[in-house]
Ligand binder design. Structure first.
Ligand code: GLN
Length: 484
């Protein structure tokens, strides 16, 4: 893990490179690598070069924001005015929003250079990056493996050095899990820390915009560029105050290790995370072993709540207002039925049906209401936990990247593999995944560091310790060809 953004920002300022030359370099890289990896599904290279020219002027003028002139990619469920935003679904084919998402608006104002939109599981439902109408995204580290998902394209773009950083979204792990599978850093801020305005809704009470980067320092820089309260998202919260600079100061930090988050993990994953715990302990952190039984219910609660919210959120796709409309229909009902039948993929249909079922009058109490009660219990338990410790250490995923095609034949196991990430969304917490080891095939293992809601800077600082100490250098992945 080392910063890519800091050296780029300083080379842009010293005049060693220009934003235009840097953008051209990344465009060439995408043209070379993307045909095999499929991380980018809509490119906007002309727009990128125009933005780069503007950024060069901004930088010359002095005082440009740190992200000015640096190219990046953005997940296809985040609205980019005038540019395709399809959620990798047929139902949004050709959709071009008439407004920008808040996060992109901020990056645009900072002079960031958008290269294109990244591949994802349709409507962010999935954990492999394969369920996209544009075809699967492939893990750059091993062509037989998935990238993880749903922000698989964003993780793969960073891993394959097709972009210095990328933006994703995390409803139940979709930033952290692909980061873990691709050996990059995935940061999911506290719920509300980044405005959801313009993020196409999946599960609104869980959705969160996050970052995919090569290092923790870069995650902090990008987070700083997109966070903040926004009146257009009434659930957004003010930016954290207090220390801003990353120090990696972990002396006396209390790290909780909950046994439930290791259940079902492969021994390679569990061992790598336990090694990381030891390393922090030997550097002065205090380890607190604990049990949080409520966490075992996070997975079923998540899938009930996420599907319920999705069934409501996706009701807006009817062929009238957005994207695809089926042809050859007779009457409005038939048009809506045909549009949805043809426009949504199987996983999305499954979740809409499941969500409608758990919200239906006869089953509401038995499923949705119960899931909300479970959610409140988990929140309360975790609040107590963060009274005893500053962060929790856990695996990001119980196993390393699945083989391609595995999810379609093993759906339950794939859902279960979200068990370490979903409690964070259920309780609105902050969490980061950093690479901390590799399995025997050389595929990366992610260490997840979880903090209380609002403790984003504590999480980043704790993770930064590993970067500063170069603690997991043995498992650095990706091609190291960042020469300017
Ligand atoms: N894998 C989880 C799901 O399919 C998480 C998705 C996400 O975070 N967007 O719901």
């Amino acid at each position: 893990m080392k910063s890519v953004l800091l050296p780029l920002a300083s080379a842009l300022r010293s005049g060693e490179i220009t934003s235009v030359s840097l953008t051209e370099k990344y465009i060439a890289r995408i043209e070379e690598k993307n045909p095999q990896i499929n991380a980018f599904i809509h490119n906007c290279f002309d727009y990128a070069l125009e933005s780069a020219e503007r950024a060069d002027k901004l930088i010359k003028g002095g005082n440009a924001p740190i992200l000015a002139g640096i190219p990046f990619g953005i997940k296809d469920n985040i609205c980019t005015k005038g540019l395709p935003t399809t959620c990798c679904s047929r139902i949004l084919e050709n959709f071009k929003p008439i407004y920008d998402a808040a996060a992109w608006e901020k990056l645009k104002a900072a002079g960031a250079v958008l290269l294109g939109k990244t591949n994802m599981d349709e409507f962010a439902m999935g954990s492999t990056g394969e369920r996209s109408v544009y075809g699967p995204c492939v893990n750059p580290l091993n062509g037989e493996k998935v990238t993880g998902g749903s922000s698989g394209g964003s993780a793969a773009a960073v891993c394959a050095r097709m972009a210095p950083y990328a933006i994703g979204s995390d409803t139940g792990g979709s930033v952290r899990q692909p980061a873990s599978f691709c050996g990059v850093v995935g940061f999911k801020p506290s719920y509300g820390a980044v405005s959801r305005y313009g993020l196409i809704a999946y599960g609104s009470s869980l959705d969160c915009i996050g970052t995919l980067t090569s290092s923790v320092s870069d995650a902090a820089i990008v987070f700083d560029g997109i966070r903040g309260r926004d009146d257009r998202d009434r659930t957004s919260i003010p930016s954290p105050t207090g220390k801003k600079e990353l120090k990696g100061d972990i002396k006396g930090l209390k790290i909780g290790v909950a046994e439930e988050l290791f259940e079902g993990c492969s021994s390679e994953v569990a061992d790598a995370v336990k090694e990381a715990v030891k390393l922090y302990e030997s550097a002065g952190a205090k380890i607190i072993k604990m049990s949080i039984p409520a966490l075992t219910l996070a997975l079923p609660a998540y899938y009930i709540i996420a599907c319920a919210e999705a069934s409501s959120n996706l009701g807006r796709y009817d062929g009238i207002r957005y994207g695809y409309r089926a042809s050859g229909y007779s009457g409005v009902d038939d048009m809506v039925i045909k549009t949805r039948s043809q426009g949504f993929g199987d996983e999305v249909k499954k979740r809409i049906m499941l969500g409608t079922y758990v919200l239906s009058s006869g089953y509401f109490d038995a499923y949705y209401k119960k899931a909300c009660i479970v959610r409140n219990n988990i929140k309360a338990e975790l609040e107590k936990v963060f009274g005893q410790c500053d962060v929790l250490f856990a695996p990001t995923a119980p196993k390393t990247a699945f083989p391609r095609g595995y999810a379609s034949t093993n759906p339950l196991e794939t859902y279960s593999a979200d068990m370490c990430t979903v409690p964070v969304n259920i309780a609105g917490l902050s969490a980061i995944s950093i690479p901390c080891g590799a399995d025997k095939e050389g595929m990366p293992i992610g260490l997840q560091i979880i903090g209380a809601r609002g403790a984003d800077l504590t999480v980043l600082d704790c993770a930064y310790f590993a970067e500063r100490e170069n603690a997991f250098a043995h498992c650095d992945k990706g091609e190291d060809d960042y020469e300017l």
